[in-house]
Design a protein around this ligand. Structure first.
Ligand SMILES: Cc1cc2nc3c(=O)[nH]c(=O)nc-3n(C[C@H](O)[C@H](O)[C@H](O)COP(=O)(O)O)c2cc1C
Length: 376
Protein backbone atom coordinates (compact mmCIF):
# COMPACT_ATOMS: atom_id res chain seq x y z
CA UNK A 1 0.00 0.00 0.00
CA UNK A 2 1.63 3.29 -1.06
CA UNK A 3 1.96 6.21 1.33
CA UNK A 4 1.60 9.95 0.74
CA UNK A 5 3.69 10.83 3.80
CA UNK A 6 6.72 12.92 2.99
CA UNK A 7 9.39 14.88 4.83
CA UNK A 8 10.43 18.18 3.24
CA UNK A 9 13.15 20.38 4.80
CA UNK A 10 12.68 18.36 7.98
CA UNK A 11 8.92 19.08 8.07
CA UNK A 12 6.72 15.97 8.29
CA UNK A 13 3.72 16.22 5.95
CA UNK A 14 0.98 13.55 6.19
CA UNK A 15 0.45 14.20 2.47
CA UNK A 16 1.90 16.66 -0.08
CA UNK A 17 -1.31 18.70 -0.42
CA UNK A 18 -0.86 22.21 0.99
CA UNK A 19 -3.34 25.09 1.01
CA UNK A 20 -1.74 27.90 -1.06
CA UNK A 21 -1.69 31.40 0.38
CA UNK A 22 -4.99 33.19 -0.24
CA UNK A 23 -8.60 33.19 0.97
CA UNK A 24 -8.53 29.46 1.96
CA UNK A 25 -5.97 30.28 4.69
CA UNK A 26 -7.29 33.62 5.82
CA UNK A 27 -7.97 33.05 9.56
CA UNK A 28 -7.75 30.41 12.29
CA UNK A 29 -11.27 29.22 11.63
CA UNK A 30 -10.69 28.23 7.99
CA UNK A 31 -7.15 26.97 8.65
CA UNK A 32 -8.59 24.65 11.32
CA UNK A 33 -11.17 23.42 8.80
CA UNK A 34 -8.38 22.67 6.30
CA UNK A 35 -6.51 20.52 8.85
CA UNK A 36 -9.75 18.79 9.88
CA UNK A 37 -10.38 17.84 6.25
CA UNK A 38 -6.90 16.32 5.93
CA UNK A 39 -4.68 18.87 4.17
CA UNK A 40 -0.99 18.13 4.88
CA UNK A 41 -0.13 21.81 5.38
CA UNK A 42 -1.54 25.30 5.23
CA UNK A 43 0.17 28.49 4.10
CA UNK A 44 -1.67 31.41 5.66
CA UNK A 45 -2.89 34.39 3.65
CA UNK A 46 0.12 36.72 3.34
CA UNK A 47 0.57 38.87 6.44
CA UNK A 48 2.55 42.06 7.13
CA UNK A 49 3.34 44.05 10.28
CA UNK A 50 1.02 46.96 9.45
CA UNK A 51 -2.32 45.83 8.03
CA UNK A 52 -3.78 49.34 8.19
CA UNK A 53 -2.19 50.09 4.80
CA UNK A 54 -4.11 47.21 3.16
CA UNK A 55 -7.42 48.40 1.68
CA UNK A 56 -9.33 45.98 -0.55
CA UNK A 57 -12.02 46.74 -3.15
CA UNK A 58 -15.13 44.90 -4.38
CA UNK A 59 -15.61 43.16 -6.71
CA UNK A 60 -12.08 41.85 -6.69
CA UNK A 61 -12.48 38.61 -8.67
CA UNK A 62 -13.40 37.97 -12.32
CA UNK A 63 -13.76 34.48 -13.73
CA UNK A 64 -13.37 32.89 -17.15
CA UNK A 65 -15.71 30.00 -17.99
CA UNK A 66 -15.41 27.25 -20.58
CA UNK A 67 -17.79 28.05 -23.49
CA UNK A 68 -18.93 24.44 -23.61
CA UNK A 69 -19.30 23.28 -20.01
CA UNK A 70 -19.52 26.60 -18.16
CA UNK A 71 -16.84 25.39 -15.73
CA UNK A 72 -14.53 28.07 -14.30
CA UNK A 73 -11.13 27.61 -15.93
CA UNK A 74 -9.47 31.01 -15.32
CA UNK A 75 -9.66 33.38 -12.36
CA UNK A 76 -8.35 36.92 -12.01
CA UNK A 77 -8.05 38.59 -8.62
CA UNK A 78 -7.04 42.08 -7.54
CA UNK A 79 -7.07 41.09 -3.86
CA UNK A 80 -4.30 42.42 -1.61
CA UNK A 81 -2.58 40.61 1.26
CA UNK A 82 -4.37 40.07 4.59
CA UNK A 83 -6.15 43.13 5.98
CA UNK A 84 -6.23 41.51 9.45
CA UNK A 85 -4.08 42.89 12.30
CA UNK A 86 -0.68 41.27 12.95
CA UNK A 87 -1.28 40.74 16.69
CA UNK A 88 -4.51 38.86 16.00
CA UNK A 89 -2.64 36.65 13.55
CA UNK A 90 0.05 35.84 16.17
CA UNK A 91 -2.63 34.77 18.66
CA UNK A 92 -4.20 32.60 15.97
CA UNK A 93 -0.89 30.92 15.06
CA UNK A 94 -0.59 29.77 18.69
CA UNK A 95 -4.22 28.63 18.77
CA UNK A 96 -3.88 26.68 15.49
CA UNK A 97 -0.66 24.94 16.59
CA UNK A 98 -2.24 24.01 19.96
CA UNK A 99 -5.21 22.39 18.20
CA UNK A 100 -3.31 20.85 15.26
CA UNK A 101 0.27 20.16 16.39
CA UNK A 102 0.78 17.69 13.51
CA UNK A 103 -0.45 20.07 10.77
CA UNK A 104 2.33 22.04 9.04
CA UNK A 105 1.59 25.76 9.41
CA UNK A 106 3.60 27.99 7.10
CA UNK A 107 3.64 31.77 7.54
CA UNK A 108 3.41 33.69 4.27
CA UNK A 109 5.07 37.03 4.97
CA UNK A 110 5.69 40.25 3.06
CA UNK A 111 7.34 43.48 4.11
CA UNK A 112 8.71 46.68 2.67
CA UNK A 113 12.38 47.03 1.64
CA UNK A 114 13.56 47.39 5.25
CA UNK A 115 15.88 44.97 7.04
CA UNK A 116 14.51 45.66 10.53
CA UNK A 117 10.92 45.07 9.39
CA UNK A 118 11.86 41.69 7.87
CA UNK A 119 13.74 40.73 11.03
CA UNK A 120 10.78 41.68 13.21
CA UNK A 121 8.18 39.80 11.18
CA UNK A 122 10.30 36.62 11.05
CA UNK A 123 11.13 36.68 14.77
CA UNK A 124 7.54 37.31 15.86
CA UNK A 125 6.08 34.60 13.60
CA UNK A 126 8.53 31.95 14.77
CA UNK A 127 7.91 32.93 18.41
CA UNK A 128 4.19 32.35 17.72
CA UNK A 129 4.94 28.80 16.57
CA UNK A 130 4.83 28.70 12.78
CA UNK A 131 6.67 25.71 11.27
CA UNK A 132 8.18 27.46 8.25
CA UNK A 133 8.10 30.62 6.14
CA UNK A 134 7.05 31.45 2.64
CA UNK A 135 8.35 34.83 1.47
CA UNK A 136 5.80 36.47 -0.80
CA UNK A 137 8.02 38.09 -3.43
CA UNK A 138 5.38 37.73 -6.05
CA UNK A 139 2.02 39.49 -5.61
CA UNK A 140 1.56 41.23 -9.00
CA UNK A 141 -0.92 43.98 -8.05
CA UNK A 142 -1.32 46.72 -5.44
CA UNK A 143 1.80 45.93 -3.40
CA UNK A 144 4.40 46.58 -6.15
CA UNK A 145 3.29 50.22 -5.96
CA UNK A 146 4.80 50.17 -2.44
CA UNK A 147 7.91 48.33 -3.79
CA UNK A 148 6.67 45.07 -2.20
CA UNK A 149 5.76 41.64 -3.59
CA UNK A 150 6.53 41.23 -7.29
CA UNK A 151 8.53 44.48 -7.29
CA UNK A 152 11.12 42.58 -5.22
CA UNK A 153 10.68 39.21 -6.94
CA UNK A 154 11.24 40.69 -10.40
CA UNK A 155 14.67 41.99 -9.37
CA UNK A 156 17.11 39.16 -8.51
CA UNK A 157 19.54 41.50 -6.70
CA UNK A 158 16.87 42.84 -4.34
CA UNK A 159 15.44 39.34 -3.93
CA UNK A 160 18.88 38.04 -2.93
CA UNK A 161 19.39 40.86 -0.45
CA UNK A 162 15.96 40.51 1.22
CA UNK A 163 16.18 36.70 1.40
CA UNK A 164 19.59 37.23 3.03
CA UNK A 165 18.01 39.46 5.71
CA UNK A 166 15.45 36.73 6.43
CA UNK A 167 18.14 34.05 6.66
CA UNK A 168 20.01 36.12 9.28
CA UNK A 169 17.24 35.46 11.82
CA UNK A 170 15.11 32.56 10.55
CA UNK A 171 15.25 29.42 12.68
CA UNK A 172 12.64 27.63 10.52
CA UNK A 173 12.82 26.55 6.85
CA UNK A 174 12.32 29.36 4.35
CA UNK A 175 10.61 28.96 0.95
CA UNK A 176 10.65 31.89 -1.46
CA UNK A 177 7.52 32.27 -3.59
CA UNK A 178 8.41 33.47 -7.06
CA UNK A 179 6.48 35.55 -9.56
CA UNK A 180 6.01 34.08 -13.04
CA UNK A 181 6.05 37.60 -14.50
CA UNK A 182 9.72 37.37 -15.50
CA UNK A 183 11.46 36.16 -18.65
CA UNK A 184 13.80 33.62 -17.02
CA UNK A 185 12.54 32.01 -13.79
CA UNK A 186 16.03 30.55 -13.26
CA UNK A 187 17.41 33.98 -12.26
CA UNK A 188 15.20 34.62 -9.19
CA UNK A 189 15.52 30.89 -8.31
CA UNK A 190 19.30 31.21 -8.08
CA UNK A 191 19.06 34.54 -6.21
CA UNK A 192 16.81 33.07 -3.50
CA UNK A 193 18.78 29.83 -3.11
CA UNK A 194 22.18 31.55 -3.10
CA UNK A 195 20.90 33.64 -0.18
CA UNK A 196 20.49 30.34 1.70
CA UNK A 197 16.74 29.69 1.48
CA UNK A 198 15.69 26.04 1.79
CA UNK A 199 13.10 26.03 -0.98
CA UNK A 200 11.16 27.68 -3.79
CA UNK A 201 7.40 27.96 -4.24
CA UNK A 202 6.13 28.64 -7.76
CA UNK A 203 4.11 30.07 -9.27
CA UNK A 204 2.16 33.04 -8.00
CA UNK A 205 -0.48 34.53 -10.29
CA UNK A 206 0.19 35.79 -13.82
CA UNK A 207 -0.47 39.48 -14.52
CA UNK A 208 -3.64 39.63 -16.53
CA UNK A 209 -6.73 41.44 -17.80
CA UNK A 210 -9.61 38.97 -17.73
CA UNK A 211 -11.78 40.65 -20.37
CA UNK A 212 -13.84 43.66 -21.41
CA UNK A 213 -17.62 43.84 -20.90
CA UNK A 214 -19.06 44.38 -24.38
CA UNK A 215 -22.17 46.15 -23.02
CA UNK A 216 -20.44 48.70 -20.78
CA UNK A 217 -17.07 48.63 -22.63
CA UNK A 218 -15.37 48.51 -19.21
CA UNK A 219 -12.56 46.03 -18.41
CA UNK A 220 -13.19 43.45 -15.67
CA UNK A 221 -13.27 43.23 -12.70
CA UNK A 222 -14.86 46.68 -12.82
CA UNK A 223 -14.62 48.82 -9.68
CA UNK A 224 -16.54 52.10 -10.02
CA UNK A 225 -16.08 51.80 -13.79
CA UNK A 226 -12.32 51.20 -13.70
CA UNK A 227 -9.92 48.30 -13.16
CA UNK A 228 -6.25 47.48 -12.68
CA UNK A 229 -4.41 44.42 -14.05
CA UNK A 230 -4.63 41.53 -11.59
CA UNK A 231 -3.31 38.02 -11.00
CA UNK A 232 -4.50 35.05 -13.10
CA UNK A 233 -4.90 31.58 -11.56
CA UNK A 234 -6.86 28.31 -11.95
CA UNK A 235 -6.65 25.49 -14.54
CA UNK A 236 -5.68 27.85 -17.37
CA UNK A 237 -2.26 28.58 -15.84
CA UNK A 238 -1.24 24.96 -15.22
CA UNK A 239 0.85 24.55 -18.41
CA UNK A 240 2.83 27.69 -17.58
CA UNK A 241 3.29 26.59 -13.98
CA UNK A 242 4.48 23.14 -15.07
CA UNK A 243 7.02 24.68 -17.44
CA UNK A 244 8.37 26.98 -14.75
CA UNK A 245 8.52 24.21 -12.13
CA UNK A 246 10.44 22.05 -14.62
CA UNK A 247 12.96 24.86 -15.15
CA UNK A 248 13.31 25.51 -11.41
CA UNK A 249 13.67 21.78 -10.63
CA UNK A 250 16.49 21.52 -13.17
CA UNK A 251 18.36 24.40 -11.51
CA UNK A 252 17.83 22.86 -8.06
CA UNK A 253 19.09 19.43 -9.14
CA UNK A 254 22.13 20.79 -10.97
CA UNK A 255 23.21 23.56 -8.61
CA UNK A 256 21.42 23.29 -5.24
CA UNK A 257 20.88 19.59 -4.43
CA UNK A 258 18.73 19.09 -1.34
CA UNK A 259 16.73 22.29 -1.75
CA UNK A 260 13.02 21.82 -2.37
CA UNK A 261 10.18 22.95 -4.64
CA UNK A 262 6.51 23.50 -3.89
CA UNK A 263 4.48 23.48 -7.12
CA UNK A 264 1.49 25.80 -7.58
CA UNK A 265 -0.84 26.71 -10.42
CA UNK A 266 -4.18 25.25 -11.47
CA UNK A 267 -3.87 22.08 -9.39
CA UNK A 268 -7.32 20.55 -8.75
CA UNK A 269 -6.87 16.78 -8.95
CA UNK A 270 -4.53 14.03 -7.82
CA UNK A 271 -3.44 13.58 -11.43
CA UNK A 272 -2.51 17.29 -11.62
CA UNK A 273 -0.42 16.77 -8.48
CA UNK A 274 1.27 13.67 -9.95
CA UNK A 275 2.37 15.75 -12.95
CA UNK A 276 3.96 18.44 -10.75
CA UNK A 277 5.74 15.77 -8.68
CA UNK A 278 6.99 14.04 -11.86
CA UNK A 279 8.53 17.41 -12.77
CA UNK A 280 10.39 17.64 -9.46
CA UNK A 281 7.99 19.14 -6.88
CA UNK A 282 8.17 18.03 -3.24
CA UNK A 283 4.76 19.41 -2.29
CA UNK A 284 1.85 20.92 -4.24
CA UNK A 285 -0.31 23.90 -3.32
CA UNK A 286 -3.95 24.56 -4.11
CA UNK A 287 -5.65 27.95 -3.80
CA UNK A 288 -8.30 28.61 -6.48
CA UNK A 289 -9.30 24.92 -6.49
CA UNK A 290 -10.39 25.25 -2.86
CA UNK A 291 -12.36 28.39 -3.75
CA UNK A 292 -14.17 26.38 -6.45
CA UNK A 293 -14.73 23.07 -4.68
CA UNK A 294 -14.22 23.60 -0.93
CA UNK A 295 -11.87 21.99 1.61
CA UNK A 296 -13.10 18.35 1.11
CA UNK A 297 -11.44 18.47 -2.34
CA UNK A 298 -8.31 17.06 -0.69
CA UNK A 299 -9.98 13.67 -0.20
CA UNK A 300 -10.47 13.01 -3.93
CA UNK A 301 -7.00 14.41 -4.65
CA UNK A 302 -5.39 11.99 -2.19
CA UNK A 303 -7.36 9.03 -3.59
CA UNK A 304 -6.42 9.84 -7.18
CA UNK A 305 -2.74 10.32 -6.36
CA UNK A 306 -2.68 7.00 -4.48
CA UNK A 307 -4.40 5.27 -7.43
CA UNK A 308 -1.73 6.67 -9.77
CA UNK A 309 0.99 5.34 -7.44
CA UNK A 310 -0.63 1.91 -7.20
CA UNK A 311 -0.95 1.67 -10.98
CA UNK A 312 2.77 2.35 -11.42
CA UNK A 313 3.79 0.38 -8.31
CA UNK A 314 5.32 3.41 -6.56
CA UNK A 315 5.39 3.08 -2.77
CA UNK A 316 6.58 6.62 -1.96
CA UNK A 317 6.50 10.04 -3.62
CA UNK A 318 10.31 10.05 -3.69
CA UNK A 319 10.24 7.11 -6.13
CA UNK A 320 8.78 9.20 -8.97
CA UNK A 321 9.68 12.75 -7.96
CA UNK A 322 11.43 14.36 -10.92
CA UNK A 323 11.16 11.19 -13.06
CA UNK A 324 9.90 13.04 -16.16
CA UNK A 325 12.58 15.76 -16.10
CA UNK A 326 14.88 13.48 -18.12
CA UNK A 327 12.53 13.70 -21.11
CA UNK A 328 13.10 17.43 -21.73
CA UNK A 329 15.71 18.33 -24.31
CA UNK A 330 16.38 20.95 -26.97
CA UNK A 331 14.43 21.21 -30.22
CA UNK A 332 17.61 20.45 -32.19
CA UNK A 333 17.94 17.21 -30.23
CA UNK A 334 14.30 16.31 -31.04
CA UNK A 335 15.11 16.75 -34.75
CA UNK A 336 18.21 14.54 -34.42
CA UNK A 337 16.29 11.86 -32.49
CA UNK A 338 13.48 11.84 -35.04
CA UNK A 339 15.88 11.52 -38.00
CA UNK A 340 17.60 8.58 -36.26
CA UNK A 341 14.29 6.90 -35.42
CA UNK A 342 13.01 7.30 -38.98
CA UNK A 343 16.23 5.84 -40.41
CA UNK A 344 16.01 2.91 -37.98
CA UNK A 345 12.35 2.29 -38.93
CA UNK A 346 13.21 2.39 -42.63
CA UNK A 347 16.09 -0.07 -42.14
CA UNK A 348 13.77 -2.40 -40.17
CA UNK A 349 11.12 -2.13 -42.87
CA UNK A 350 13.65 -2.85 -45.61
CA UNK A 351 14.99 -5.84 -43.69
CA UNK A 352 11.47 -7.23 -43.34
CA UNK A 353 10.75 -6.81 -47.06
CA UNK A 354 14.11 -7.95 -48.39
CA UNK A 355 13.48 -11.21 -50.26
CA UNK A 356 16.12 -13.89 -50.31
CA UNK A 357 14.61 -16.00 -53.09
CA UNK A 358 11.89 -15.52 -55.72
CA UNK A 359 9.70 -17.83 -53.64
CA UNK A 360 9.19 -14.94 -51.19
CA UNK A 361 7.57 -12.42 -53.61
CA UNK A 362 4.06 -11.60 -52.30
CA UNK A 363 1.27 -9.90 -54.20
CA UNK A 364 0.31 -7.57 -51.27
CA UNK A 365 3.87 -6.45 -50.41
CA UNK A 366 5.11 -6.34 -54.02
CA UNK A 367 5.88 -2.60 -54.14
CA UNK A 368 7.62 -2.58 -50.72
CA UNK A 369 9.62 -5.66 -51.67
CA UNK A 370 10.67 -3.95 -54.91
CA UNK A 371 11.67 -0.79 -52.92
CA UNK A 372 13.73 -2.88 -50.50
CA UNK A 373 15.74 -4.25 -53.44
CA UNK A 374 16.27 -0.79 -55.01
CA UNK A 375 18.78 1.97 -54.28
CA UNK A 376 17.46 5.57 -54.33
C1 LIG B 1 -8.09 35.38 -4.49
C2 LIG B 1 -6.64 35.05 -4.40
C3 LIG B 1 -5.86 35.61 -3.40
C4 LIG B 1 -4.49 35.30 -3.31
N1 LIG B 1 -3.75 35.84 -2.30
C5 LIG B 1 -2.43 35.50 -2.18
C6 LIG B 1 -1.67 35.96 -1.08
O1 LIG B 1 -2.15 36.67 -0.19
N2 LIG B 1 -0.36 35.61 -1.03
C7 LIG B 1 0.23 34.80 -1.97
O2 LIG B 1 1.42 34.50 -1.88
N3 LIG B 1 -0.50 34.32 -3.01
C8 LIG B 1 -1.81 34.64 -3.12
N4 LIG B 1 -2.55 34.12 -4.15
C9 LIG B 1 -1.88 33.26 -5.17
C10 LIG B 1 -2.06 31.77 -4.89
O3 LIG B 1 -1.49 31.38 -3.66
C11 LIG B 1 -1.45 30.92 -6.01
O4 LIG B 1 -0.07 31.18 -6.10
C12 LIG B 1 -2.07 31.19 -7.40
O5 LIG B 1 -3.43 31.52 -7.28
C13 LIG B 1 -1.94 29.99 -8.35
O6 LIG B 1 -2.47 28.80 -7.78
P1 LIG B 1 -3.99 28.31 -7.99
O7 LIG B 1 -4.24 28.19 -9.47
O8 LIG B 1 -4.07 27.00 -7.26
O9 LIG B 1 -4.86 29.35 -7.36
C14 LIG B 1 -3.91 34.42 -4.25
C15 LIG B 1 -4.71 33.84 -5.25
C16 LIG B 1 -6.07 34.13 -5.33
C17 LIG B 1 -6.88 33.49 -6.40
Amino acid sequence: MPTLETTVNGLKFSNPFVIGSGPPGTNANVIGKAFDEGWGGVICKTISLDASKVVNVQPRYARLRSRESGEIIGWENIELISDRGFDAWMDEFKEIKDKHPEGVLIASIMEEYNRDAWHEIVERCQAAGCDAFELNMSCPHGLPERKMGAAMGENPDILHEVCGWVMEVAKKPVWTKLTPNVTHIEDPTRAALRAGGEGISAINTIRSVLGVDLETLRPEPTVEGYTTPGGYSCQAIKPIALRMCMEIAKVIRAEFPGRTLSGIGGIETGNDAAQFILLGCDTVQVCTGVMKFGYPLVKSMKEQLLAFMEKHKFERLEEFRGHSLQYFTTHADLVRRQAEARAARKARHDRQNMIKSDEEWKGDDFVDQTDALSRG
